[in-house]
Design a protein around this ligand. Structure first.
Ligand code: DX5
Ligand code: ZN
Length: 218
């Protein structure tokens, strides 16, 4: 599945961006929320999500880069999130977060920043449900257009092994610096959800960019 991050898109024309994403063949939109505290940037939040919601039929994957995701999770789901992820490094209790998101009936994702060991999510795995996902950050969260960190690939391999051995119904998402080449490396390592921002939405040919991300696995 390809999720187009709108962070580096034409934010003054979001309804047009939603059309571009749909026409590109991407499967979903990825919506990055930043609070200026968890990361050193502020992006957009609830009113923007509810404004965008009527302009697309595609699923919206909301990635919360905020310090207190538990305070806002339900509100983001009411505003239109179809999948919601939060950072394991945030101040909210991951078990409570999972309960809250599942209680609202949508898939939950746990995000792992570059400096965090992927094993930090292991205690949460038994609480995760079908269609939930672990999001491995392949750049430091906070900005679009950064360079992919290949040293994150081992986390994908390790997680993929654990998921396979336990027959867990979980997905692995990657986010940051994804293009045709780095996307292939992530898929080879076991990722099945690719978030791509600038590669798709700053491209002259978003449909070709999405096609290149969907190339058969080598
Ligand atoms: C980074 C965000 C990403 C970002 C990806 O903090 O979580 O979703 O928009 O953008 P690219 O694909 O340009 O690295
Ligand atoms: Zn993101």
């Amino acid at each position: 599945m390809i999720l187009a991050s709108i962070l580096n898109s034409d934010l003054a024309n979001l309804s047009k961006v939603a059309d571009t994403v749909a026409a590109s063949g991407a499967d979903a939109l990825h919506f990055d929320v930043m609070d200026g505290r968890f990361v050193d940037n502020i992006s957009f939040g609830l009113p923007v999500l509810s404004s965008l919601r009527p302009y697309t039929k595609q699923p919206i994957d909301v990635h919360l880069m905020i310090s207190e995701p538990l305070r806002f999770a339900e509100r983001f789901i009411k505003a239109g999130a179809d999948m919601l992820s939060f950072h394991i490094e945030s101040d909210s209790d991951p078990q409570e977060m999972l309960r809250c998101i599942h209680g609202c009936g949508i898939p939950a994702g746990i995000v792992v920043s570059p400096d965090t060991d992927v094993d930090a999510v292991l205690p949460c795995l038994p609480l995760m449900q079908k269609d939930d996902f672990i999001l491995i950050m392949t750049v430091y969260p906070g900005l679009g257009g950064q360079k992919f960190m290949p040293e994150m690939l081992h986390k994908i391999r390790r997680l993929s092994d654990i998921i396979r051995r336990g027959s867990l119904p979980l997905h692995i998402e990657v986010d940051g610096g994804i293009n045709a080449e780095t996307g292939m490396l992530c898929r080879q390592a076991g990722a099945d959800y690719l978030v791509a921002g600038s590669y798709v939405l700053c491209s002259d040919d978003p449909a070709e960019a999405v096609r290149s991300l969907n190339k058969p696995l080598r």
